[in-house]
Write a protein that binds this ligand. Structure first.
Ligand SMILES: Nc1nc2c(ncn2[C@@H]2O[C@H](COP(=O)(O)OP(=O)(O)OP(=O)(O)O)[C@@H](O)[C@H]2O)c(=O)[nH]1
Ligand SMILES: [Mg+2]
Length: 238
């Protein structure tokens, strides 16, 4: 019994060290890694399409997208940025070796931003560090404003909450303020971006934030001042 526990701890530490190494490797090349988590259908792929559209003229972008089956999301993203699908064949989350293996498909040369869309799921992905610098969770207005407290690990390990589908607010019983209060109870320093990928509301602020965080993380002296982030959500334990 004791041996089993020891092996699990060793494995977890090894995974954490691998993720830290990956983060550092890409950071040295000038790549800022942003990972998106959410329940299925919250708008991750749509947000990445709109984000790529805005950042692409200035930055080299690659997108890796995880799903249990189909290449649909990569096909949707392809007109906006180099994109590769990671099909897990049943697993409910991405793992670092899969990301490493897929990376060359989108990074023929150096990337400024690597976006990783994880499998739609609010539970399993939260326990895995993929070496991201920034972990972003989407909560759409159609899901209910009570979700942060019900899925605390996903919110606790994220630095940013995107409240998506803001254009649907008039039609759904969702309070942005209640959702933010609930999320702050599990992650006090959470940063929020309420936005609509459909109308474009909030997208400029979101993209400006990504650019600032990249500059800050990579130590660009021209970086604009921006808000402090809590330590990366990568330091996760089971
Ligand atoms: N009204 C509205 N619909 C949106 C918005 N963003 C996305 N959608 C719609 O929501 C549905 C799901 O969007 P996706 O981008 O596929 O969501 P996802 O999180 O990538 O889904 P999975 O990859 O399956 O987990 C699609 O029909 C989108 O058109 C938005 O801002 N407003
Ligand atoms: Mg998707």
């Amino acid at each position: 019994m004791q041996q089993t526990i020891q092996v699990q701890q060793d494995l977890r530490e090894q995974r954490r060290a691998d993720a830290a190494r990956f983060r550092e490797e890409l950071q040295r090349q000038g790549t800022f890694i942003v990972r998106l988590l959410s329940s299925p259908g919250s708008g991750k792929t749509t947000l990445l399409q709109k984000t790529a559209e805005r950042l692409r003229p200035r930055f080299a972008i690659g997108v890796l997208v995880g799903d249990v089956a189909t290449e649909r999301d990569a096909e949707r993203l392809a007109p906006y940025a180099p994109a590769a699908q990671i099909t897990t064949g049943g697993a409910c989350h991405l793992e670092l070796p899969l990301v490493r293996r897929a990376l060359p498909q989108v990074a023929a040369s150096r990337l400024d931003f690597l976006f990783i869309e994880d499998v739609g799921n609010l539970i399993c992905p939260a326990s895995h560090d993929l070496g991201e610098h920034l972990r972003v969770i989407l909560l759409s207005t159609t899901e209910g404003d009570d979700k942060p407290g019900k899925y605390p690990k996903a919110f606790r390990t994220s630095q940013v909450t995107v409240i998506s589908k803001l254009d649907l607010l008039p039609h759904v019983p969702f309070s942005v303020q209640r959702a933010e209060t609930d999320a702050r109870q599990v992650q006090a320093s959470m940063i929020f971006f309420p936005l609509s990928a459909t109308t474009g509301e909030g997208l400029d602020a979101w993209c400006d934030f990504l650019v600032q965080q990249r500059s800050r993380t990579l130590g660009d002296p021209l970086a604009l001042p921006s808000r402090e982030l809590p330590s990366p959500g990568g330091t996760v334990s089971g």
